[in-house]
Design a binder for this molecule. Structure first.
Ligand SMILES: Nc1ncnc2c1ncn2[C@@H]1O[C@H](COP(=O)(O)OP(=O)(O)O)[C@@H](O)[C@H]1O
Ligand SMILES: [Mg+2]
Length: 446
Protein backbone atom coordinates (compact mmCIF):
# COMPACT_ATOMS: atom_id res chain seq x y z
CA UNK A 1 0.00 0.00 0.00
CA UNK A 2 1.43 3.40 -0.90
CA UNK A 3 1.76 5.75 2.01
CA UNK A 4 -0.03 9.06 1.63
CA UNK A 5 0.99 12.47 2.93
CA UNK A 6 -1.31 15.33 3.81
CA UNK A 7 0.46 18.68 3.67
CA UNK A 8 -1.23 21.56 5.49
CA UNK A 9 0.45 24.87 4.64
CA UNK A 10 -0.86 28.17 3.36
CA UNK A 11 2.09 28.73 1.02
CA UNK A 12 0.66 27.49 -2.24
CA UNK A 13 3.93 27.22 -4.13
CA UNK A 14 5.43 25.17 -1.33
CA UNK A 15 2.44 22.82 -1.21
CA UNK A 16 2.60 22.35 -4.96
CA UNK A 17 6.34 21.69 -5.18
CA UNK A 18 6.46 19.38 -2.17
CA UNK A 19 3.46 17.38 -3.37
CA UNK A 20 5.19 16.99 -6.70
CA UNK A 21 8.43 15.82 -5.10
CA UNK A 22 6.58 13.38 -2.82
CA UNK A 23 4.78 11.85 -5.78
CA UNK A 24 8.16 11.37 -7.44
CA UNK A 25 9.20 9.36 -4.37
CA UNK A 26 6.17 7.11 -4.72
CA UNK A 27 3.91 8.71 -2.10
CA UNK A 28 0.37 9.89 -2.62
CA UNK A 29 0.15 13.53 -1.62
CA UNK A 30 -2.70 15.91 -0.75
CA UNK A 31 -2.49 19.60 0.05
CA UNK A 32 -4.62 21.84 2.24
CA UNK A 33 -4.15 25.58 2.71
CA UNK A 34 -5.82 26.16 6.07
CA UNK A 35 -6.32 24.37 9.35
CA UNK A 36 -10.02 23.81 8.75
CA UNK A 37 -9.46 22.45 5.26
CA UNK A 38 -6.70 20.22 6.57
CA UNK A 39 -8.89 18.72 9.30
CA UNK A 40 -11.63 18.10 6.76
CA UNK A 41 -9.25 16.34 4.36
CA UNK A 42 -7.92 14.27 7.21
CA UNK A 43 -11.27 12.52 7.56
CA UNK A 44 -11.67 12.07 3.81
CA UNK A 45 -8.22 10.93 2.77
CA UNK A 46 -6.92 9.07 5.83
CA UNK A 47 -3.28 9.98 5.25
CA UNK A 48 -0.44 7.93 6.71
CA UNK A 49 1.42 11.05 7.83
CA UNK A 50 0.68 14.79 8.12
CA UNK A 51 3.03 17.69 7.41
CA UNK A 52 1.72 20.66 9.35
CA UNK A 53 2.77 24.31 9.17
CA UNK A 54 2.95 26.04 12.55
CA UNK A 55 1.52 29.24 11.11
CA UNK A 56 -1.79 29.00 9.32
CA UNK A 57 -4.26 31.73 8.41
CA UNK A 58 -7.29 30.50 10.36
CA UNK A 59 -5.87 28.74 13.40
CA UNK A 60 -2.45 27.98 14.84
CA UNK A 61 -0.61 24.81 13.93
CA UNK A 62 -0.66 23.92 17.63
CA UNK A 63 -4.45 23.94 17.65
CA UNK A 64 -4.58 21.77 14.55
CA UNK A 65 -2.06 19.40 16.15
CA UNK A 66 -4.20 19.13 19.28
CA UNK A 67 -7.26 18.39 17.25
CA UNK A 68 -5.46 15.71 15.23
CA UNK A 69 -4.03 14.14 18.40
CA UNK A 70 -7.49 13.97 19.92
CA UNK A 71 -9.13 12.18 16.99
CA UNK A 72 -6.19 10.26 15.52
CA UNK A 73 -3.71 9.70 18.34
CA UNK A 74 -1.57 7.30 16.29
CA UNK A 75 -1.19 9.45 13.19
CA UNK A 76 2.36 10.85 12.87
CA UNK A 77 2.40 14.65 12.48
CA UNK A 78 5.55 16.44 11.33
CA UNK A 79 5.62 20.16 12.12
CA UNK A 80 6.99 22.69 9.67
CA UNK A 81 8.31 25.81 11.30
CA UNK A 82 9.70 28.99 9.88
CA UNK A 83 13.14 30.12 10.88
CA UNK A 84 12.86 31.54 14.42
CA UNK A 85 9.95 29.31 15.40
CA UNK A 86 12.11 26.42 16.51
CA UNK A 87 11.05 26.65 20.15
CA UNK A 88 7.41 26.28 19.18
CA UNK A 89 8.33 23.30 17.04
CA UNK A 90 10.16 21.65 19.92
CA UNK A 91 7.13 22.27 22.12
CA UNK A 92 4.95 20.63 19.47
CA UNK A 93 7.16 17.55 19.57
CA UNK A 94 6.71 17.45 23.34
CA UNK A 95 2.98 17.54 22.74
CA UNK A 96 3.14 14.53 20.48
CA UNK A 97 4.31 15.66 17.06
CA UNK A 98 6.55 13.04 15.49
CA UNK A 99 9.25 15.48 14.37
CA UNK A 100 9.77 18.91 12.87
CA UNK A 101 11.41 20.57 9.89
CA UNK A 102 12.64 24.14 9.73
CA UNK A 103 12.09 26.12 6.54
CA UNK A 104 13.92 26.14 4.26
CA UNK A 105 14.65 22.44 4.24
CA UNK A 106 16.23 20.10 1.73
CA UNK A 107 14.04 17.52 0.01
CA UNK A 108 16.35 14.77 1.24
CA UNK A 109 15.71 15.91 4.79
CA UNK A 110 11.98 15.88 4.15
CA UNK A 111 12.03 12.37 2.68
CA UNK A 112 14.16 11.14 5.52
CA UNK A 113 11.92 12.59 8.23
CA UNK A 114 8.79 11.16 6.59
CA UNK A 115 10.34 7.72 6.13
CA UNK A 116 11.53 7.71 9.74
CA UNK A 117 8.09 8.71 11.05
CA UNK A 118 6.40 5.99 9.01
CA UNK A 119 8.97 3.50 10.22
CA UNK A 120 8.35 4.35 13.85
CA UNK A 121 4.61 4.13 13.26
CA UNK A 122 5.08 0.65 11.82
CA UNK A 123 7.06 -0.38 14.91
CA UNK A 124 4.42 1.07 17.21
CA UNK A 125 1.72 -0.83 15.34
CA UNK A 126 3.77 -3.96 15.72
CA UNK A 127 4.21 -3.49 19.44
CA UNK A 128 0.48 -2.77 19.82
CA UNK A 129 -0.19 -5.93 17.86
CA UNK A 130 1.95 -7.90 20.28
CA UNK A 131 0.18 -6.43 23.24
CA UNK A 132 -3.29 -7.15 21.93
CA UNK A 133 -2.82 -10.48 20.31
CA UNK A 134 -2.35 -13.53 22.45
CA UNK A 135 0.30 -14.76 20.06
CA UNK A 136 2.48 -11.89 21.18
CA UNK A 137 3.22 -13.88 24.29
CA UNK A 138 5.04 -16.37 22.14
CA UNK A 139 7.15 -13.66 20.61
CA UNK A 140 5.58 -13.90 17.18
CA UNK A 141 6.94 -11.10 15.02
CA UNK A 142 5.78 -9.90 11.64
CA UNK A 143 3.92 -7.08 9.97
CA UNK A 144 3.77 -8.42 6.44
CA UNK A 145 0.23 -9.33 5.38
CA UNK A 146 1.31 -12.98 5.13
CA UNK A 147 2.45 -13.05 8.77
CA UNK A 148 -0.57 -11.18 10.11
CA UNK A 149 -2.89 -13.59 8.34
CA UNK A 150 -0.86 -16.49 9.69
CA UNK A 151 -1.07 -15.27 13.29
CA UNK A 152 -4.83 -14.99 12.92
CA UNK A 153 -5.13 -18.46 11.40
CA UNK A 154 -3.08 -20.00 14.22
CA UNK A 155 -5.38 -18.39 16.78
CA UNK A 156 -8.46 -19.79 15.06
CA UNK A 157 -6.92 -23.24 14.82
CA UNK A 158 -5.96 -23.15 18.48
CA UNK A 159 -9.51 -22.46 19.59
CA UNK A 160 -10.96 -25.40 17.66
CA UNK A 161 -10.67 -28.28 20.09
CA UNK A 162 -9.60 -31.28 18.16
CA UNK A 163 -8.42 -30.49 14.65
CA UNK A 164 -5.16 -31.89 13.50
CA UNK A 165 -2.73 -29.47 11.97
CA UNK A 166 -0.01 -30.02 9.42
CA UNK A 167 2.61 -27.25 9.35
CA UNK A 168 4.61 -26.94 6.16
CA UNK A 169 7.68 -24.81 5.64
CA UNK A 170 11.41 -24.74 5.14
CA UNK A 171 13.68 -25.16 8.12
CA UNK A 172 13.78 -22.05 10.30
CA UNK A 173 10.48 -20.56 9.14
CA UNK A 174 8.86 -20.91 12.57
CA UNK A 175 7.08 -24.28 12.52
CA UNK A 176 8.06 -25.22 16.07
CA UNK A 177 7.15 -21.76 17.25
CA UNK A 178 3.76 -22.02 15.53
CA UNK A 179 3.10 -25.42 17.13
CA UNK A 180 3.78 -23.98 20.59
CA UNK A 181 1.59 -20.98 19.85
CA UNK A 182 -1.30 -23.24 18.86
CA UNK A 183 -0.92 -25.22 22.06
CA UNK A 184 -0.69 -22.21 24.33
CA UNK A 185 -3.83 -20.63 22.94
CA UNK A 186 -5.82 -23.83 22.93
CA UNK A 187 -8.15 -25.18 25.62
CA UNK A 188 -5.36 -27.71 26.27
CA UNK A 189 -2.91 -25.01 27.29
CA UNK A 190 -2.73 -26.33 30.87
CA UNK A 191 -1.89 -29.79 29.57
CA UNK A 192 1.54 -30.95 28.37
CA UNK A 193 3.19 -29.92 25.10
CA UNK A 194 5.30 -32.87 24.02
CA UNK A 195 7.69 -32.55 21.13
CA UNK A 196 9.27 -35.38 19.21
CA UNK A 197 11.60 -35.12 16.27
CA UNK A 198 10.91 -38.06 13.99
CA UNK A 199 14.24 -37.65 12.23
CA UNK A 200 16.42 -37.86 15.30
CA UNK A 201 15.87 -41.50 16.33
CA UNK A 202 16.60 -44.82 14.66
CA UNK A 203 13.58 -46.80 13.51
CA UNK A 204 13.71 -49.34 16.38
CA UNK A 205 13.73 -46.65 19.01
CA UNK A 206 11.15 -44.25 17.64
CA UNK A 207 8.33 -46.73 18.11
CA UNK A 208 9.28 -47.24 21.77
CA UNK A 209 9.70 -43.50 22.18
CA UNK A 210 6.19 -42.85 20.87
CA UNK A 211 4.21 -45.75 22.28
CA UNK A 212 6.33 -47.05 25.15
CA UNK A 213 7.63 -50.55 25.79
CA UNK A 214 7.43 -53.28 28.38
CA UNK A 215 10.58 -54.27 30.22
CA UNK A 216 12.61 -56.66 28.08
CA UNK A 217 10.51 -56.05 24.97
CA UNK A 218 13.63 -55.52 22.89
CA UNK A 219 17.37 -55.65 23.32
CA UNK A 220 18.35 -52.90 25.69
CA UNK A 221 14.86 -52.36 27.14
CA UNK A 222 16.00 -52.80 30.72
CA UNK A 223 12.91 -51.29 32.19
CA UNK A 224 9.36 -50.40 31.34
CA UNK A 225 9.12 -47.27 29.32
CA UNK A 226 6.24 -44.80 29.05
CA UNK A 227 5.68 -43.48 25.55
CA UNK A 228 5.34 -39.82 24.54
CA UNK A 229 1.78 -40.44 23.33
CA UNK A 230 0.82 -41.31 26.92
CA UNK A 231 2.76 -38.37 28.31
CA UNK A 232 0.88 -36.00 25.99
CA UNK A 233 -2.52 -37.08 27.40
CA UNK A 234 -4.86 -34.03 27.57
CA UNK A 235 -2.21 -31.99 25.78
CA UNK A 236 -0.57 -31.57 22.40
CA UNK A 237 1.86 -33.94 20.70
CA UNK A 238 4.09 -32.14 18.22
CA UNK A 239 5.60 -34.46 15.63
CA UNK A 240 8.42 -32.58 13.98
CA UNK A 241 9.77 -33.79 10.64
CA UNK A 242 6.88 -36.21 10.32
CA UNK A 243 8.06 -37.01 6.77
CA UNK A 244 10.93 -38.99 8.31
CA UNK A 245 8.67 -41.34 10.25
CA UNK A 246 9.55 -44.90 9.15
CA UNK A 247 6.78 -46.69 7.21
CA UNK A 248 6.37 -49.39 9.88
CA UNK A 249 5.78 -46.79 12.57
CA UNK A 250 3.47 -44.87 10.24
CA UNK A 251 1.09 -47.84 10.23
CA UNK A 252 1.00 -47.97 14.00
CA UNK A 253 0.52 -44.26 14.25
CA UNK A 254 -2.36 -44.35 11.76
CA UNK A 255 -4.02 -46.96 13.92
CA UNK A 256 -3.74 -44.65 16.92
CA UNK A 257 -5.19 -41.71 14.98
CA UNK A 258 -8.16 -43.76 13.85
CA UNK A 259 -9.20 -45.16 17.22
CA UNK A 260 -7.22 -43.30 19.86
CA UNK A 261 -5.67 -46.61 20.96
CA UNK A 262 -2.18 -48.07 20.86
CA UNK A 263 -0.15 -50.88 22.34
CA UNK A 264 3.29 -50.39 23.90
CA UNK A 265 5.92 -52.72 22.42
CA UNK A 266 5.72 -56.13 24.08
CA UNK A 267 2.35 -55.45 25.65
CA UNK A 268 -0.96 -57.13 24.88
CA UNK A 269 -3.05 -54.41 26.43
CA UNK A 270 -4.36 -51.56 24.35
CA UNK A 271 -4.04 -48.17 25.95
CA UNK A 272 -5.68 -44.92 25.02
CA UNK A 273 -4.68 -41.29 25.15
CA UNK A 274 -6.44 -38.04 24.34
CA UNK A 275 -3.96 -35.92 22.41
CA UNK A 276 -4.10 -33.23 19.80
CA UNK A 277 -1.66 -33.86 16.98
CA UNK A 278 0.33 -31.09 15.37
CA UNK A 279 2.76 -32.34 12.74
CA UNK A 280 5.40 -30.45 10.79
CA UNK A 281 7.60 -31.14 7.80
CA UNK A 282 9.93 -29.34 5.43
CA UNK A 283 9.34 -32.02 2.79
CA UNK A 284 6.72 -32.07 0.09
CA UNK A 285 4.59 -34.78 1.70
CA UNK A 286 2.15 -35.05 -1.20
CA UNK A 287 5.12 -35.85 -3.44
CA UNK A 288 6.39 -38.38 -0.87
CA UNK A 289 2.96 -40.01 -1.00
CA UNK A 290 3.17 -40.28 -4.79
CA UNK A 291 6.57 -41.92 -4.48
CA UNK A 292 5.40 -44.39 -1.86
CA UNK A 293 7.57 -42.91 0.88
CA UNK A 294 4.67 -41.79 2.99
CA UNK A 295 1.33 -43.52 3.58
CA UNK A 296 -1.49 -41.83 1.76
CA UNK A 297 -4.07 -42.72 4.43
CA UNK A 298 -1.88 -41.25 7.18
CA UNK A 299 -1.30 -38.13 5.09
CA UNK A 300 -5.05 -37.53 4.84
CA UNK A 301 -5.54 -38.18 8.55
CA UNK A 302 -2.91 -35.61 9.45
CA UNK A 303 -3.78 -33.10 6.79
CA UNK A 304 -7.04 -31.79 8.28
CA UNK A 305 -5.80 -28.23 8.42
CA UNK A 306 -2.71 -27.27 6.50
CA UNK A 307 -0.68 -24.18 7.32
CA UNK A 308 2.23 -23.08 5.14
CA UNK A 309 4.91 -20.90 6.73
CA UNK A 310 6.41 -18.70 4.02
CA UNK A 311 10.19 -18.52 3.63
CA UNK A 312 11.72 -15.27 4.87
CA UNK A 313 12.82 -14.19 1.38
CA UNK A 314 9.16 -14.01 0.39
CA UNK A 315 8.38 -11.55 3.14
CA UNK A 316 11.41 -9.29 3.03
CA UNK A 317 9.42 -6.47 4.63
CA UNK A 318 9.58 -8.37 7.93
CA UNK A 319 13.38 -8.54 7.92
CA UNK A 320 14.24 -5.12 9.42
CA UNK A 321 11.65 -5.53 12.14
CA UNK A 322 12.80 -9.04 13.07
CA UNK A 323 16.39 -7.81 13.03
CA UNK A 324 15.64 -4.92 15.38
CA UNK A 325 13.62 -6.97 17.82
CA UNK A 326 16.25 -9.70 17.87
CA UNK A 327 18.87 -6.97 18.46
CA UNK A 328 16.91 -5.79 21.51
CA UNK A 329 16.39 -9.30 22.77
CA UNK A 330 20.03 -10.32 22.50
CA UNK A 331 21.24 -7.06 23.99
CA UNK A 332 19.17 -7.90 27.05
CA UNK A 333 20.35 -11.48 27.13
CA UNK A 334 24.00 -10.59 26.65
CA UNK A 335 23.71 -7.57 28.91
CA UNK A 336 25.32 -5.58 26.10
CA UNK A 337 24.22 -2.41 24.32
CA UNK A 338 22.12 -3.27 21.25
CA UNK A 339 23.68 -3.18 17.81
CA UNK A 340 22.21 -0.68 15.36
CA UNK A 341 21.80 -1.39 11.65
CA UNK A 342 22.62 1.24 9.06
CA UNK A 343 20.11 1.84 6.31
CA UNK A 344 22.41 0.20 3.79
CA UNK A 345 22.72 -2.83 6.06
CA UNK A 346 18.97 -3.17 6.34
CA UNK A 347 18.74 -2.98 2.57
CA UNK A 348 21.33 -5.78 2.19
CA UNK A 349 19.47 -7.94 4.67
CA UNK A 350 16.20 -7.30 2.84
CA UNK A 351 17.72 -8.48 -0.44
CA UNK A 352 19.44 -11.57 0.91
CA UNK A 353 17.83 -14.94 0.20
CA UNK A 354 17.95 -16.37 3.80
CA UNK A 355 18.23 -20.09 3.08
CA UNK A 356 18.12 -20.67 6.87
CA UNK A 357 15.14 -18.33 7.23
CA UNK A 358 14.38 -16.66 10.58
CA UNK A 359 16.81 -18.93 12.42
CA UNK A 360 19.67 -17.68 10.22
CA UNK A 361 18.71 -14.07 10.85
CA UNK A 362 18.45 -14.66 14.58
CA UNK A 363 21.88 -16.33 14.66
CA UNK A 364 23.42 -13.45 12.70
CA UNK A 365 22.05 -10.85 15.11
CA UNK A 366 23.12 -12.88 18.11
CA UNK A 367 26.66 -13.19 16.73
CA UNK A 368 26.87 -9.48 15.91
CA UNK A 369 25.61 -8.55 19.38
CA UNK A 370 28.31 -10.65 21.02
CA UNK A 371 31.09 -9.40 18.75
CA UNK A 372 30.01 -5.82 18.08
CA UNK A 373 27.55 -4.88 20.87
CA UNK A 374 26.62 -1.18 20.69
CA UNK A 375 28.14 -0.69 17.24
CA UNK A 376 26.52 0.65 14.09
CA UNK A 377 26.57 -2.32 11.73
CA UNK A 378 27.52 -1.44 8.17
CA UNK A 379 27.40 -3.80 5.17
CA UNK A 380 31.13 -4.43 5.63
CA UNK A 381 30.31 -6.18 8.92
CA UNK A 382 28.06 -8.69 7.18
CA UNK A 383 29.17 -12.08 5.84
CA UNK A 384 30.31 -11.66 2.22
CA UNK A 385 27.54 -13.81 0.78
CA UNK A 386 24.94 -11.38 2.06
CA UNK A 387 26.32 -8.54 -0.03
CA UNK A 388 25.62 -9.58 -3.60
CA UNK A 389 22.80 -7.76 -5.30
CA UNK A 390 21.63 -8.87 -8.71
CA UNK A 391 21.80 -6.07 -11.23
CA UNK A 392 18.98 -4.92 -13.45
CA UNK A 393 20.69 -6.36 -16.49
CA UNK A 394 21.08 -9.76 -14.87
CA UNK A 395 24.75 -9.56 -13.98
CA UNK A 396 25.60 -9.73 -10.34
CA UNK A 397 28.29 -7.26 -9.38
CA UNK A 398 29.75 -8.28 -6.06
CA UNK A 399 31.59 -5.49 -4.32
CA UNK A 400 32.99 -5.17 -0.87
CA UNK A 401 31.34 -1.85 -0.33
CA UNK A 402 27.71 -1.24 -1.04
CA UNK A 403 28.62 2.01 -2.76
CA UNK A 404 30.66 0.07 -5.34
CA UNK A 405 27.77 -2.26 -5.99
CA UNK A 406 25.38 0.63 -6.32
CA UNK A 407 27.72 2.51 -8.62
CA UNK A 408 28.02 -0.55 -10.86
CA UNK A 409 24.26 -0.93 -10.95
CA UNK A 410 23.74 2.70 -11.90
CA UNK A 411 26.44 2.54 -14.58
CA UNK A 412 24.86 -0.58 -16.05
CA UNK A 413 21.44 1.00 -16.16
CA UNK A 414 22.73 4.23 -17.67
CA UNK A 415 24.66 2.32 -20.31
CA UNK A 416 21.62 0.27 -21.16
CA UNK A 417 19.52 3.40 -21.37
CA UNK A 418 22.02 5.09 -23.66
CA UNK A 419 22.56 7.78 -21.05
CA UNK A 420 18.89 8.74 -20.74
CA UNK A 421 18.24 9.26 -17.05
CA UNK A 422 14.47 8.75 -17.15
CA UNK A 423 14.95 5.48 -18.99
CA UNK A 424 17.69 4.37 -16.56
CA UNK A 425 15.43 5.17 -13.62
CA UNK A 426 12.72 3.05 -15.21
CA UNK A 427 15.12 0.12 -15.64
CA UNK A 428 16.08 0.40 -11.98
CA UNK A 429 12.50 0.76 -10.85
CA UNK A 430 13.14 4.03 -9.02
CA UNK A 431 11.98 7.58 -9.65
CA UNK A 432 14.05 9.91 -11.79
CA UNK A 433 14.49 12.07 -8.74
CA UNK A 434 15.75 9.18 -6.66
CA UNK A 435 18.21 8.28 -9.42
CA UNK A 436 19.48 11.84 -9.52
CA UNK A 437 20.05 11.87 -5.78
CA UNK A 438 21.95 8.61 -5.92
CA UNK A 439 24.13 9.85 -8.77
CA UNK A 440 24.91 12.98 -6.80
CA UNK A 441 25.63 11.10 -3.63
CA UNK A 442 28.02 8.75 -5.42
CA UNK A 443 29.70 11.66 -7.18
CA UNK A 444 28.66 10.35 -10.59
CA UNK A 445 27.00 13.53 -11.70
CA UNK A 446 28.93 16.73 -12.15
N1 LIG B 1 7.61 -14.96 13.30
C1 LIG B 1 8.62 -15.10 14.15
N2 LIG B 1 8.82 -14.19 15.13
C2 LIG B 1 9.85 -14.31 15.99
N3 LIG B 1 10.73 -15.30 15.98
C3 LIG B 1 10.59 -16.25 15.05
C4 LIG B 1 9.53 -16.21 14.09
N4 LIG B 1 9.63 -17.29 13.28
C5 LIG B 1 10.71 -17.97 13.71
N5 LIG B 1 11.30 -17.37 14.78
C6 LIG B 1 12.50 -17.81 15.50
O1 LIG B 1 13.34 -18.43 14.53
C7 LIG B 1 13.91 -19.62 15.05
C8 LIG B 1 13.49 -20.79 14.20
O2 LIG B 1 12.11 -21.05 14.38
P1 LIG B 1 11.54 -22.54 14.51
O3 LIG B 1 10.12 -22.45 14.97
O4 LIG B 1 12.44 -23.37 15.33
O5 LIG B 1 11.60 -22.96 12.98
P2 LIG B 1 11.36 -24.40 12.33
O6 LIG B 1 10.71 -25.25 13.37
O7 LIG B 1 10.47 -24.13 11.15
O8 LIG B 1 12.71 -24.89 11.90
C9 LIG B 1 13.43 -19.71 16.47
O9 LIG B 1 14.41 -19.16 17.31
C10 LIG B 1 12.20 -18.86 16.53
O10 LIG B 1 12.04 -18.32 17.80
MG1 LIG C 1 11.52 -26.89 14.29
Amino acid sequence: MTASVLLIDDEEALVRSISFALKGEGYRAFGAHSGAEGLKMLGQNQPSVVLLDLRLPDMSGMEVLESIRADHPDLPVIMISAHGDTRAAVKAVKLGAADYLTKPFELDELFHVIAAALDRKRMDDEIAFHRHDALGKDGWIGTSPAMLRLAETLGQIARSTSSRVLLLGESGTGKTMAARAIHRQSPRAEGPFIEVNCASLPEQLIEAELFGAEKGAYTGAHQKRVGLVSLAHHGTLFLDEIGELPLAVQAKFLHFLEGGQFRPIGSNNAQSADVRIVAATNRNLAEDVRQGLFREDLFYRLNVIQVALPPLRERAEDVPLLARLFAERYAQEENAPPIRLSEATERCLGQYSWPGNVRELRNLIERLTILRGGALITPDDLPADMLSAPSASGRAPIGHSLADTERALLEDALAEAGGHKSRAAEILGISRHALKRRLQRLGMEG
